[in-house]
Design a protein around this ligand. Structure first.
Ligand code: PHE
Length: 367
């Protein structure tokens, strides 16, 4: 072994080192520059105790002729220092690259469109109730309110229900308390009509109110019955109000709410608090009166009870029946929603199933 090859190999090693670095930098250029792992790999390859190039070079010191040992050793050490310094510098760069990459990964891209908040929708019953309210507000009615827990007096007695009326039975009515000796019975109102009485006792004619609200009856749950449902009560009292006003008002409502061509049909019935009393049907919204499965072929669907306020009820409300007359009506909101949307089952309205609720419940029927 002679001097030149060994000294050459230090130069070779130096050249190879700079080639390897260029190579590594080129390879890393498409992924944001050298990573700490790239530098660590170079560190192992060049300075590693076991197989590092510099460790190998130093091991060859034994083979170098005596007189060249000093120069060779100094040459290897100089290269080692260069390699260490270069790798330290590259490591710093690589750590910087890594920090930048981490930041970029966590950064919020403010140019992306925002995620839309889930804002929900109006319940179909709310849509129907609001449309009923709008139709009556437009005719000068205001919206009144009353309690859901009522007294026997407001729910039945003052509305001329005889003591033995079946609705007053616990079979039909949810009693909250039987009241005990001398105390009044409390119950969940079975209709919104007690608000008629509360309004009469509170206001002087002319009166024009509607009252939307929840009502309760001991019905078994099936597609057409729920023990909790919704009504809108209406009451108009003034001098000279006749059945023609009742008819005109409800016909106008039907045209506003259902369609310009909707008609109303009255059939006599009995409610203790009106005289005469009628069931009110409107042109079936699904078949436009042609007759279909929903209206049992009749072309009409019953949506409310109505009538002229009974003189005894006016008197109980503190209104002189000799001077004033009025009409009242009570419509089923759930039933109207059912008809309007052709729903097969009332239970859809209370089950909170998003597949049902997450629709735009604005009716195409009417305007
Ligand atoms: N309260 C009656 C019911 O629930 C409806 C009604 C209201 C009838 C007003 C006449 C007048 O069935």
């Amino acid at each position: 072994m002679s001097g030149p090859p060994t000294s050459l190999s230090i130069d070779d090693a130096r050249r190879r080192f700079s080639e390897e670095i260029s190579e590594a930098e080129r390879a890393a250029s498409t992924r944001g520059g050298l990573a700490p792992a790239d530098v660590a790999a170079l560190h192992v390859a060049w300075l590693g105790k076991k197989q590092g190039v510099l460790t190998d070079l130093l091991a060859r010191l034994r083979e170098v002729p005596k007189e060249e040992k000093a120069a060779f050793g100094a040459g290897v050490n100089a290269l080692k220092q260069e390699v260490e310094a270069t790798l330290a510098r590259l490591d710093e760069t690589a750590q910087g690259n890594a920090a930048r990459a981490r930041e970029a990964a966590q950064a919020v891209d403010v140019s992306l469109p925002p995620r839309l908040p889930a804002i929900g929708r109006l319940h179909p019953l709310t849509v129907v109730r609001r449309r009923i309210e709008a139709a009556f507000r437009a005719r000068g009615y205001s919206v009144a309110d009353g309690p859901e827990v009522e007294t026997d007096y407001f729910n039945f007695e003052s509305l001329n229900f005889p003591q033995e009326h079946p609705a007053r039975d616990a079979v039909d009515t949810f009693f909250v308390e039987d009241g005990g000796e001398g105390n009044e019975k409390l119950l969940l109102r079975t209709h919104t009509s007690p608000v008629q009485m509360r309004t009469m006792q509170r206001m002087k004619p002319p009166i024009r109110i509607i009252c939307p609200g929840r009502v309760f009856r001991k019905d078994d749950i099936d597609p057409r019955h729920l023990p909790v449902f919704n009504q809108v009560e209406g009451l108009a009292i003034d001098e000279g109000i006749t059945f023609a006003d009742l008819r005109g008002t409800l016909a106008a409502f039907a045209r506003t709410f259902f369609s310009g061509k909707a008609e109303v049909r009255f059939s006599p019935t009995f409610f203790p608090f009106v005289e005469p009393g009628v069931d009110v049907a409107v042109t079936c919204a699904l078949c436009s009166g042609k007759g279909c499965r929903v209206c049992s072929g009749s072309g009409f669907i019953e949506i409310m009870g109505a009538g002229m306020v009974h003189p005894k009820v006016l008197a109980a409300g503190g209104i002189d029946p000799e001077r004033y007359t009025g009409f009242a009506f009570g419509m089923g909101v759930d039933r109207i929603a059912l008809l309007l949307h052709g729903l097969p089952d009332l239970r859809l309205l209370i089950e909170n199933d998003l597949r049902f609720l997450d629709r735009e419940w604005v009716s195409e029927v009417g305007s």
